[in-house]
Design a binder for this molecule. Structure first.
Ligand code: PHE
Ligand code: ZN
Ligand code: ZN
Ligand code: ZN
Length: 297
């Protein structure tokens, strides 16, 4: 059911009401879908000991879908995958996060649609990443062992056009970014990292490493032992002076100042970053469409 539940709140500390009271009319906090509030006792909400009713919607079950597109290659048993999450948070339209990655892999898919490469290419637009990597985790969990073994590698594109960008590549070097207990980055991942980095060098764009933080859809592939890589131009992290000297932009500000906010609109994309990364996304797919030997030996 979807009937709101009434919960009584007692204002215990009148000094704390500078903070928004959950349920007060105004922006709804993600994950706490409050539908209304009222003062219950005639006291002003700001007064100590006043009470308010807050209506909280119960958790809701929804069905969502991954979108998967495949281009058959000569070899059906060597599959090259690229993925980007298609959902956004409820607070905003999610154009950098993650219209950017979704559009880039769509463009690559369209460019390759009438080719017949050696390897089979599979593009995934993941559902419900923002709800906890739900779509990609479900996809990998549903693969048979034989299907899993046919996947040569996975490439992840989540936030590839941040307005205050740094070009970052997921880094598999355990000495820089130790993986969490029990997690091994599949060895072939290093070759994917190397391909991205050689491209940035070739086009004269500086790049840096970033950790496999487990915060995007590559996670299920890594845990399944499938070599994985990806690109990232930054989210809520703050650009340093050193980074601003290399990539331009504004030191002391978030890589994406509109991360998970209503202002993540079409204007919230750096078109140079998006263009460089879109070309690289196509380059990587085209490279692996003909051989994955550097990754899988
Ligand atoms: N997955 C995060 C999001 O969608 C963004 C992110 C990507 C953070 C990669 C860190 C590394 O909000
Ligand atoms: Zn996000
Ligand atoms: Zn994202
Ligand atoms: Zn690196």
């Amino acid at each position: 059911g979807n009937t709101p539940e009434r919960e009584e709140l007692i204002v215990a500390d009148a000094t704390s009401v500078d903070e928004p009271i959950p349920g007060a009319p105004g922006p709804v906090t993600h994950g706490i879908p409050v539908v209304g509030a009222s003062s219950a006792d005639g006291l002003a909400l700001a007064e100590e000991g006043s009470t308010a009713f807050v209506e909280v919607l119960p958790a809701e079950t929804r069905t969502d879908y991954n979108v998967i597109a495949e281009l058959p290659g000569k070899n059906p048993d060597n599959v090259v995958m690229a993925g980007a999450h298609l959902d956004s948070v409820t607070e905003g339209p999610g154009i950098n996060d993650n219209g950017s990655g979704s559009a880039a892999i769509l463009e690559t898919a369209l460019l390759m649609a009438n080719t017949h490469p050696e390897n089979t290419l599979r593009f995934a637009w993941w559902a419900a990443e923002e709800q906890g990597l739900v779509g990609s985790a479900d996809y990998v969990a549903g693969l048979s062992e034989a299907e899993r073994e046919r996947i040569a590698l996975y490439m992840n594109y989540d936030m590839v056009g941040s307005p205050n960008y740094v070009f970052m590549v997921y880094d598999s070097d355990e000495s820089t970014f130790p993986a969490p207990e029990g997690v091994t980055i599949p060895p072939g991942s290093t070759a994917i990292e190397d391909l991205y980095e050689s491209y940035y060098t070739y086009v004269g764009e500086p790049y840096d490493d970033t950790e496999y933080s487990g915060r995007s859809d590559y996670e299920a592939f890594i845990l399944a032992g499938i070599p994985s890589g990806g690109l990232f131009t930054g989210a809520e992290g703050i650009k340093t002076e050193e980074q601003a000297a290399i990539w331009g932009g504004t030191a002391g500000e978030q890589f994406d100042p509109c991360y998970h906010e209503a202002c993540d609109t079409y204007e919230n994309v750096d078109l140079h970053a998006l263009e460089v990364n879109s070309d690289l996304i196509a380059f990587a797919m085209l490279t692996y469409a003909y051989s994955t030997e550097s990754v899988n030996g």
